[in-house]
Every structure is written in C-alpha cells, then in structure tokens.
Ligand binder design. Structure first.
Ligand code: PHE
Length: 362
C-alpha cells in the first residue's frame, strides 16, 4: 500500500468514503460466508486474524487517515471503527454458537441411561444388643442420667475390693474371673465404672449414671452361658435416696421394655455391694401373669439384680453414708433380649449369622 492507488486518488476528490464503504461491505459479506462454514474455535481464530488482524484489509484503511483533510478524518475513523466493531461482534457471536454446540455435543455424549438396572445394595442394621442398649439409654437420659463408660481391663481393686469383695471373700466365686496379671483382670461387671465415677466426684456430688459395656467371666460357652456378655449397670447416690426411688425407677424400666401394663416384684437376694439386695421380677408379658411355659407357670420372669448401695462401698469411694444413700442395679442385655424375643441360645448374638441378625431390622 505504499504507492498511490486509484482509491487514494478518489479520496482526494472526496469520494473515497464511497469506495471504502463498498470495500467494507464486500469484506463483511466475505466474513459472513466464512463464518457460516466454521466448525471449531481454531478455525474461528484464523478467520479473526484474517479479517481483524494487523495485516487485515480493514486495518490497512487506517493508514490512509493521515492523507485525509482534517475535517474528513473523524467521519472516516468512525466508519472504519464501526466496521471493525461489527466484524468483531459477528466473530464473537459465532464463538458463542460454537461453544454452545460443543457443550451440547458433550452433554449428549455423557447422558446417563437412567433405565439401566442398578446394583443390588443391601443396607446393614443395628445389632439387636445395641438396639436394646440404645433403648435403655434413651429411657435413662430422659430421667436425667449420664452415660459413663470405662476400660474392659480393670484392676482387682476397682473390680472387687472397692465393691466390698476383699481378696478372700467367698462371693468372688459368684463371678469366675479372667486375670491378666496379679492385680489386673478383664472386668467381670461394669460396677468398677461406678466406683471410678464416685471417686472422681470426690464424695461431694450426687451420682446418677448408667454404665453399658462388655464384661467377661470364666465360663464354658453353652446355650445360656458366654465368657463375654453385655451389661448395663446403674447407680444413683444422693441425699434422701430410698428403696421406693429404686422401685419406681425399675418399674419404669420394666414397662419401657416389656409394655405399659407390666408389674414388678422384689425377692430378697445377696450381693456384697448392696444391702439389702433384691432380685427383680416382671409379670410375664406372654400370659399377663397367669402362668405359661415361658414363665414356668410362675407368672413372673426374673429380669435384673438390684439393691441399696452398701455403706462400706459408699465409704470406700469417699461418700459419707450418714448423709448419702444410693441404689444400684445390673441388667444383663443378652438375657433381656432372649426374654423379649424368645431367643433360645445366647451364642446367636455373637456368631453373626445374617439370618439371625436380619430379623431385628428397626
Ligand atoms: N454387679 C452385679 C453383677 O454383675 C450386678 C448388680 C449391680 C447387682 C448392682 C446389684 C446391684 O452381677
């Protein structure tokens, strides 16, 4: 474009606008035709360079500016710039169209066929023992109790001595134990958690707790015995605690587990850590207390052991028995489940046979 063309000449005569306008029109038509067949971003870039790049014809027009008379320059500049803007809009519109087409194609490719068969997932369920523990926990939380847990390996002192079972006490035989060392054993009940709590409270604060957990005894496994089973023990220590508090609490437990019409009765029993001690029976839910095979014609089923906390136990854990009294109870979770659901062998709880476990889906 260094030598003078006839267009430059026309411009000098004042008709260049017409010619440049014509050129722009032609270019615009060419651009539209090129865009119509463009298929991807790379091709679009090439077209952009061709029509709007430094070497594009429209970019060359500006070089003529300086040859124009002053009064012509603004109109000429505006005309060229407007054309560049139109070209650019056309290209960008096409860019959007390509993007949309590409996205549509991708979505079509990735469409999920929702009519395909899904794999057969099976949901697990809470083990029946845990269901009963949770049910009992809910009841006691509602009555303002705290849930306390402790270690399964215990010291002889906390498992026995502080519960009024000194080394040579014959009642230790009630709980055949599994020793790990001279002074350590697998806990035979969750009562040591109660001792731990009383000691931690320092003989000052009232205690209102239940302690769920695994316990261990030296037993030969059969249909009704297991060397490991599950207990929930409870302890209340406060001022003015009486046996009728205990009775009301245990009646609530029996009704929560076996139905609103159940009654309970106490029979005298012996535990070294409680005095007096009782065995608690509930009226048989099967025959409503009339007598059947399940309750061996007695109308009652034994569900737990309980009693007023022995003064010696309170003292050893720092509570003054002249000021504080308490009651305690121990529930065997497997036994409860067996009574409630008519399960005839305790080993079913531990063998994880799905045919057994699946019967207790909540
Ligand atoms: N600790 C007793 C046991 O395991 C259960 C129990 C607790 C009995 C509290 C009475 C009072 O056999």
């Amino acid at each position: 474009m260094s030598s003078l063309s006839c267009e430059d000449f026309f411009y000098l005569l004042g008709v260049i606008h017409v010619n440049v306008k014509e050129k722009i029109n032609t270019l615009e038509k060419k651009l539209k035709a090129a865009l119509a067949s463009v298929e991807n971003q790379a091709q679009l870039q090439e077209i952009k360079a061709e029509f709007l790049g430094k070497k594009a014809e429209i970019s060359q027009f500006m070089k003529h500016m300086k040859d124009l008379p002053d009064e012509e320059r603004p109109a000429f500049g505006q005309m060229v710039n407007e054309a560049k803007k139109r070209f650019s809009d056309l290209i960008e519109a096409q860019r959007e169209a390509i993007k949309k087409a590409e996205l549509d194609a991708l979505l079509r490719k990735e469409t999920v066929d929702v009519t395909l068969d899904a794999p057969d997932y099976t949901l697990g369920s809470t083990h029946i023992l845990n269901q009963i523990i949770e049910e009992i926990e809910d009841l006691f939380i509602g009555m303002g109790y705290l849930i306390k847990e402790g270690p399964e390996i215990e010291t002889d002192e906390l498992n026995f001595e502080k519960l009024n079972l000194p080394k040579d006490h014959p009642a230790r035989d009630m709980q055949d134990s599994l020793y790990i060392g001279n002074e350590t054993l697998l806990r035979t009940h969750t009562s040591p958690v109660q001792v731990r709590t009383m000691l931690a409270y320092g003989g000052e604060k009232p205690v209102k707790i239940i302690c769920p957990g695994k316990v261990y005894r030296r037993d030969d496994d059969d249909a009704t015995h297991s060397h490991q089973f599950t207990q929930i023990e409870g302890l209340v220590v406060d001022k003015d605690t009486t046996m009728s508090d205990m009775k009301g609490t245990l009646l609530a437990v029996a009704r929560h587990l076996f139905g609103p019409d159940r009654e309970i009765r106490f029979r005298p029993d012996y535990f070294p850590f409680t005095e007096p001690s009782v065995e608690v029976d509930v009226t048989c839910a099967n025959c409503d207390g009339k007598g059947c095979n399940i309750c061996k014609q007695t109308g009652y089923i034994e569900i737990l052991g309980a009693g007023m906390v022995n003064d010696k136990v309170l003292k050893m854990s720092g509570y003054d028995p002249k000021i504080y009294q308490g009651f305690a109870f121990g529930i065997g979770v497997e036994r409860l489940a067996m009574l409630k659901y008519g399960i005839e062998d305790i080993r079913h709880f531990y063998t994880n046979d799905l045919r057994f476990n699946k019967q207790f889906k909540r």
